[in-house]
Design a protein around this ligand. Structure first.
Ligand code: SF4
Ligand code: SF4
Length: 112
């Protein structure tokens, strides 16, 4: 009897963290080597882009992007909840979660 074992990438939840562009990536696997969470694994086909095997374990530190020798080959997207922002209607100022100088707390009484 002949048995085979397969590895299948985890689902992209809550969002896709790492994007590798096959047209630029040269398959050097530097990103695989530097990732401390082992999110990426080498492609079984030499020279092909690594596989994002465990996207849900990404810590969004960006080491893979910082060490990639090919500009545009890999990019990281922060989770949706960290990309949230808000805009002050009166001035058009844009604020992000975690910013250094957040606006002062809202002193208006609650509605109702
Ligand atoms: S480091 Fe960049 S070029 Fe090398 S395998 Fe990763 S994405 Fe591709
Ligand atoms: S951002 Fe960090 S944890 Fe996520 S794949 Fe890149 S090196 Fe790994």
């Amino acid at each position: 009897m002949y048995n085979k074992a397969y590895m299948v990438p985890n689902p992209m939840t809550p969002n896709q963290a790492i994007f590798i562009s096959p047209e630029f990536c040269n398959g050097c696997n530097t990103c695989v080597d530097v990732c401390r969470s082992d999110v990426l694994v080498p492609n079984p086909e030499k020279g092909k882009p690594p596989i994002v095997m465990y996207p849900d374990e990404c810590w969004f530190g960006g080491c893979c992007v910082a060490h990639c020798p090919v500009p545009g080959a890999i990019r990281m997207e922060h989770p949706l909840n960290q990309r949230a922002g808000w805009k002050r209607k009166e001035t058009g100022e844009y604020f992000r979660v975690g910013m250094k100088n957040p606006p002062p707390p809202n002193t208006r009484p609650p509605v109702g």
